[in-house]
Design a protein. Structure first.
Lengths: 409, 303
């Protein structure tokens, strides 16, 4: 990046070093103006558009998008099973790419990784709904995605292809790509819970005392509580947060334990330590079946409402292998890869044409001819803001309150 | 005038100086390591505790609010109490169990001494997490203990309190701590030759009197050191309470981890850590005073 001040200083020095006649001064001034125009234009083009008003990265008119060549190592930070490793095995082998994944337990772990200084070597990281806005506010370094390097972007379902603030920055740049969507539901063991719980309040029954699980993720539980109470997390007031606390306190009193990760939740459901989960999702059915417990089910239509979570991957602005990251993401947008991924995790696919690769159970989870109706009932929302206005609940303050809640206060 | 032959006194300062430099040089790498890996991070931590915590950030101005809030926090009080109870329980139990085991190894094991010592040492190579999950398998509602008791007809419903409770945390930490205590106490028993115990026996001391008048006074200081070591490790643990303790068995270490990882308030986490460190120093002081009051200082090893 050219040093603008240094350039200006050296031009100034060159102009003033020699003795100037009036004629020489006018000649040089004219030349300087002519020379400065392309320099200024180049400098502006090289400048960062973070927070600026430059136009977003758009497809080059008449150009063909093409994924860059891939090679080398990719370091990914995401949930287990959400790194697309299984679905891109042959492509990875063909291109000599090695994918190394560091697993997170909760969405908060991504922020703590980057802010705690451990994000330097990462090429890609988990991003999604509702967490991505929090990541942006917290300074997690998103690389604005260049659609020219993602030819398979055209495979996105129209809902996910549209530019929405949920996944674009204020310049219209897409910040991350969706891998799946899932509606949060009541996960339960059908072997010990004979009747499917129809609403979240069913989990407060005495039969679930000391049998319930909750994930130790403050934002996750807040999102669901807001869905039940019809609050908006993005504008949650301190008073409303008090009501959210009161609601969650009831469920926490029912818990056998508050689990640290989805894997741990699977272990507890599979071993029978718990019989239901507050804010579970369909993937637990599959994971528990893999652990030998085939009776875990998830009701994704509880009557008080729910929210939709979208999982995705973003490229880090600090990545040292961006080209391969683009190529890898591009592979994830293929219908076959998406279909296999969604079957493995029992989630919905945001890719057109991927439904033919879903098994019947996974395909029947959502009405793909009318996804808008799913998101109308279980909306996509954003996390709490980082900054305080004095009246709103912030992400940090809520994490503190959740900490107190789960300790029994 | 004749030159005086160098005497021991005139030659002493040079050799004393060489004797001082030698050990100092030998200790220098260790001191440097401690300075870099212990003192420097501690200084940074203490510095953080007086700054203002942001969202995964620390900034000015300097403040003592972090300490005030940490001391006023009801959760911290509860977790500190849990930590004290569990740390003391694990420390005391491991020493009470470790003493007779170390005694047996020193005086009675014979040819079994080396293999049993090896087993204790080898157990420490097992992964910490694997051991914690093994306790889950043992203590779970459908685990080995409950299934066994149900099949014997001793209970009809599984004992839910075995897992996700303080008991589970204590058992798992005890399992991890015991090999350390046994090895520490065995090393402390080494200088206590059997001849001393035989002499006490010859003078008419019963087994209990030998323990009370010979072994315990000599082993009090090493046992106290072992207790403190395990107390600090157990009270500060944050993995076992999360996996086995749930809400009732949570410890202060979990709170500190949460402050750094989930809440992102480094300053508050640092303040709680410094207070915890001061608590450990206080407990060391209490044990040292207790030993002094028991007259342990008057007990001297005679070589």
């Amino acid at each position: 990046m050219p040093d603008r001040e240094g350039l200006a200083t050296s031009i100034d020095a060159a102009l003033t070093q020699s003795q100037l006649s009036r004629r020489t001064l006018l000649q040089r001034a004219g030349l300087t103006v002519l020379a400065a125009t392309p320099i200024a234009t180049t400098l502006a083009a090289c400048g960062s558009d973070a927070g600026g008003s430059g136009a977003g990265k758009k497809l080059v008119a008449g150009g063909a998008a093409a994924a860059p060549p891939a090679s080398g190592r990719l370091d990914v930070l995401t949930f287990e099973g959400f790194d697309l490793k299984s679905q891109t095995r042959s492509w990875v082998k063909q291109n000599g790419v090695s994918v190394k994944t560091t697993y997170v337990g909760t969405t908060q772990d991504v922020v703590s990784k980057f802010r705690g200084g451990g994000g330097d070597g990462l090429d890609m990281f988990y991003a999604g709904i509702p967490s991505s806005q929090l990541y942006v506010d917290a300074g997690v370094p998103f690389e604005p995605l260049d659609p020219n390097k993602l030819p398979n972007l055209k495979n996105l379902d129209p809902y996910f292809a549209a530019d929405k603030p949920l996944w674009t920055d204020k310049n219209g740049n897409r910040l991350w790509l969706p891998l799946d969507f899932t509606v949060l539901g009541i996960t339960y063991d059908s072997a010990t819970v004979p009747q499917e719980p129809q609403k979240w309040a069913d989990l407060l029954a005495p039969s679930f005392k000391d049998k319930l699980l909750m994930l130790d993720d403050p934002n996750w539980n807040l999102q669901l509580a807001c869905s039940i109470l019809k609050f908006e997390p993005e504008t949650l007031t301190i008073e409303q947060a008090g009501k959210v606390e009161d609601l969650l306190r009831q469920y926490i009193a029912q818990t056998r334990t508050i689990t640290t990760s989805w894997g741990d939740a699977t272990t507890k459901l599979a071993s029978g330590e718990a019989t239901a989960m507050f804010a579970g999702y369909g993937g637990l059915n599959v994971f528990a079946a893999g652990a030998g417990k085939k009776t875990i089910r998830t009701n994704i239509k509880p009557s008080e409402g729910s929210f939709t979570c979208v999982d995705g991957l973003a490229i880090s602005a600090q990545a040292d292998n961006k080209d391969t990251a683009y190529a890898y993401l591009n592979q994830g947008l293929l219908p076959k890869a998406s279909g296999e991924f969604c079957v493995a995790n029992s989630v919905g696919t945001p890719i057109k044409g991927a439904t033919r690769y879903l098994d019947r159970t996974t395909r029947e989870l959502y009405p793909y001819d009318n996804l808008e109706s799913v998101f109308a009932e279980a909306p996509l929302t954003t996390d709490l803001p980082v900054k305080s206005t004095g009246k709103n609940m912030t992400a940090q303050a809520w994490a503190q309150r959740w900490n107190a809640l789960k300790s029994g206060s | 005038m004749t030159a005086e032959a160098p005497t021991a006194t005139t030659a002493a300062p040079a050799s004393r100086g060489r004797r001082r430099v030698g050990p100092a040089l030998a200790l220098a790498p260790a001191v440097a390591g401690l300075a870099v890996f212990l003192v420097a991070p501690l200084v940074v931590f203490v510095g953080y505790s007086f700054l203002t915590g942001g969202y995964y950030d620390v900034t000015g101005p300097l403040t003592t609010d972090n300490y005030r809030l940490a001391l006023e926090s009801e959760i911290n009080r509860q977790l500190a109490q849990n930590s004290l109870e569990i740390g003391a329980a694990v420390g005391a139990t491991s020493v009470l169990l470790g003493l007779p085991i170390a005694y047996w190894l020193r005086y009675c094991a014979g040819r079994w001494q080396t293999p049993v010592l090896f087993l204790f040492a080898a157990s420490m190579f097992a992964s910490y997490l694997v051991r914690i999950f093994a306790w889950r398998t043992l203590l779970g509602q459908h685990g080995v203990i409950n299934s066994g008791l149900e099949s014997l007809g001793v209970i009809h419903d599984p004992l839910a309190f075995l897992l996700f409770s303080k008991l589970a945390v204590v058992l798992a930490l005890l399992h991890i701590a015991l090999p350390y205590v046994v090895l520490m106490l065995f090393a402390a028993f080494r200088p206590l030759e059997p001849i001393y115990l035989e002499a006490a026996q010859d003078l008419g001391a019963s087994a209990w009197t030998r323990w009370r008048r010979v072994i315990l006074p000599l082993m009090a200081a090493p046992a106290a050191a072992a207790f403190l070591f395990i107390f600090v490790l157990s009270a500060g643990d944050y993995v076992t309470p999360q996996l086995l303790g749930s809400r009732t068995g949570s410890l202060l270490g979990v709170e500190i981890q949460t402050q750094f990882k989930a809440v992102g308030n480094f300053a508050a986490g640092a303040a709680t850590s410094v207070l915890m460190l001061l608590g450990f120093l206080l407990s060391y002081g209490v044990v040292a005073i207790a030993l002094r009051l028991c007259g342990i200082r008057r007990v001297k090893w005679v070589s």
